[in-house]
Design a protein. Sequence first.
Lengths: 360, 222, 240
Amino acid sequence: MVIEFDSVTKRYPDGTVAVGDLAMTIPSGRITVFVGPSGCGKTTSLRMINRMIDPTSGRILIDGDDIAGRPAAQLRRSIGYVIQHAGLFPHRTVVDNVATVPVLQGMSRRTARKRAYELLELVGLTAQMGDRYPVQLSGGQQQRVGVARALAADPPVMLMDEPFSAVDPVVREGLQSELLRLQGEIGKTIVLVTHDIDEAIKLGDQVAVFAQGGRLAQYAAPEELLAAPADDFVAGLVGRDRGYRGLSFAEGAELALRPVDTELDGLRLEVDADGRPLGWRGAEGLLPTEGTFGAGASLRAVTDLTILSPAGAAVRVDAEGRADGLILQSDLADHLRSRQRARLAAKAPAQREPSAEGAG
Amino acid sequence: MSFFSELWDYLDINHSSVVEALTQHIWLALLPVAIAFVLALPLGWAVDRFGVFKHIALTLGSIIYTIPSLALLLLIPGVVGTSILDPTNVVIALTLYSLALLVRTTADGLGSVDDSVLQAATAMGYKPAKRWFTVQLPLAMPVILAGLRVATVANVSMVSVAALIGIGGLGQLFTRGFQLGFYAPPIVIGLVLSVLLALVADIVIVLVQRWLTPWARAAGAR
Amino acid sequence: MNFDFLLDGANWSLSAPDAFPHRILEHLGYTGLALLIAVAIAFPIGMWIGHTGRGAFVAINVGNAGRALPTLGVLMLALSLVGIGLLPVTVALVILAVPPILATTYAGVRAVPGETVDAARGVGMTSTQIALRVELPIALPIVLGGLRNATLQVISTATIAAYVGLGGLGRYLFDGLSVSDYSQVVAGAVVVAVLAVVVDLLLAGIQRLLVSPGIDGRALRAPRRASADVAAVPVPQSTT
């Protein structure tokens, strides 16, 4: 389900412009995050997708059809909607909460409940909790129920408005990871609003940065945001350590692997009879490796290991724990340098502005 | 408008008895609420502080409030030993009603004060009594006074019933009208005065509330 | 306190029109009729004002004004305008019952958290569905509280109505007073007091049946809290 904003504006009677001439296309089957400070129009834009708010001008199209043509209630039943604090109906049990939309669509309560119990397990809750009332659940649990409720009618589109802001950081991290896992299984078109740039970078396949007055400052993949913010506003929003944080998005596999027995500054990797690394042997004796990485590790993890290693090299191990290669700090440096150069060069000269902040 | 001129005539002729009825009414309505208010403070404190009282107090209050006013008025002489025509019955009955309401709202009001504020006060060195009088009670005032408003207005309305057993108050205007063959003027005058009295009492309490809680005004003006 | 009249079996005979059983039914009849009409008027209006938010001024002030009305006065006025009989008394009772029902219905609907209503809209409920399936059940405790209040008000005023010739339990009070038979007065007072308490308890029981346990706190008093047996969802280590 591709969602398209076609010159959408939302102007209130007192003159404030919440969203100004927004034009963007939200890709199907991906998580798109709207991020920005308070009052930037991100929530307004989200709520226009399911017609909780109607635009003053412009159109919103889902798979090419103008949503203004569909009756609002009917449209909303085909779109999952998750809000802060879950908004569960306190007078209904958890399972009945989840079964809400299917029942609205005419499914029998029994079938709907059965499906609801399955969904509860999908979001990491027990069927037992289905028979409880929302008031008996913790905030994080309620939020999971909210997600289950949004998924119940299997809508192709899900809208999430600051879904994890009201829970504490530990629970939040768990929920974020759960969402990514779920998305891996279900592949819905998800639009998520948050004011937390780190959440946006972690969750989004595409990130739309909104500035005051509903202006779209940048709309790109998270790595792009980190590596090449469009202007000072976006750079400021993204924050410090952009370079380092951007490393999460690349894989260690991009780098050439050196042989395990390479000698580095008088140190050589010592392995046991099976090939498992024991440490770096050198003049001072046996120094610890301080960790190893496996295939699929991000560049960030690998870089961290090269910093911690006495030899300036990260040790890669295979599935059985046997060392099968090294990545050197020097190779890493070359790789990062050429990558960033290519990226910045790819942007047209006019777009590339020197950042006002110092070098980190 | 012959009806209005009838009204005016009635007032003109009977104005001393109307004033007398009004004065009696004010006494009979406001004295009980004042007594009940004073009693409700310590009782409300006890209910708020010691949860064990809460159940008893609420149940008792509930029962008293449920009993129809006329029934209560007529049962009290038997219990207390006064004669039926004694205005004291009205005062006792209305004090009980008001207590039933006010103990509950006072306890609610005291309980509504944010615990972190009370703890901060203790941490600053307030002794319990001082903390109650200078921190908890003032902050509880909005809820307590809201309850007082309800009780006062209810009292003003309930005193009229006493006229049915011959005790004074504006209710006498209603019974007079009835006795004169449903003659409307005294009834209307009685209604208007009763409502006006309730309104004035209500406004006075609101003004007292504004005076006692200046911080609420500041918050509203933001 | 003389309980002779109360305890006299003759006064409890089921057939005599002057005995307690009959009078109790009469009393309940006046009460029930007035309440039915009052609910039919006040409830829909209260729900509409609460749901749409328009006319709140009316709901709040009718509630306050209603409390200020002296019941005896309203009764007398109705009778002087319409004449004696069941109709004017019922009109007076309805006038006294409408304000609390209207005010609490409105207040109950307003008290429903905005977020819950937003979620209801978001899942695709129509305006009517939101009002009936979400706002009403959540507002129920407050609405029923107002109904109980109104019921007591009506029972109390119906007692007074005996003064103008109506039946019901007030008859014992006024008949007793007029012949100085204090035993009869006590009997009437006790019976009507007990009736009021019983009716209130019944309504409380109905309230308990109708209100969802998730709203009135009953669910929280259940044996275990959910957090004690959270599904074993491990908090994942950061793998960035």
